[in-house]
Design a protein around this ligand. Structure first.
Ligand code: CMP
Length: 136
């Protein structure tokens, strides 16, 4: 059955800083995920706070927003069959120590904060997150 979806992916500051953009993009492509749009940007802490609003009650919210705005990031629209779930599998668990072998976070993540990538967790959030970065 066909279920072509779009999802938002972010390559976070720790991975951009270590020149991992191409390596991470190659992983998506080799998993039949098409990178429909991609841009390198540097967001403000206020923009990060808006993006991560769903986490505003969490104890790590302030650090999370400071971190996402600490350096350049790459935001991408990924497209493919069941892309939302596929991207989550390709990324691996939030905590790199718990991520499966060969996932992006296992390969490149440094810690739960510096976990190299973000991906939308549902159809609803994928739409919101894509609009956040690509609607102008
Ligand atoms: P991400 O998928 O970008 O979504 C929210 C981020 O919060 C998550 O990846 C982690 O980098 C970060 N984070 C920091 N601490 C925690 C925690 N205890 N549980 C979940 N996410 C955390």
């Amino acid at each position: 059955m066909n279920n072509r979806e779009q999802t938002l992916s972010i390559i976070k500051p720790d991975a951009v800083e270590r020149n991992l953009i191409d390596d991470i993009k190659k992983i998506f492509i080799s998993n039949n995920i098409n990178i429909k749009n991609s841009k390198k940007i540097h967001i403000t802490k206020d923009e990060a706070a808006e993006f991560y609003k769903v986490h505003q009650s969490k104890p790590f919210y302030n650090d999370l927003c400071a971190y996402l705005s600490s350096g350049p990031i790459v935001v991408m629209i990924l497209e493919g069959e069941n892309a939302i779930l596929a991207n989550r599998k390709i990324m691996g668990a939030t905590d790199p120590r718990k991520a499966e072998e060969n996932t992006i976070r296992k390969l490149y993540g440094i810690s739960i904060d510096k976990n190299s990538v973000h991906g939308s967790d549902s159809k609803e959030n994928a739409k919101k997150e894509i609009d956040f970065f690509f609607k102008d």
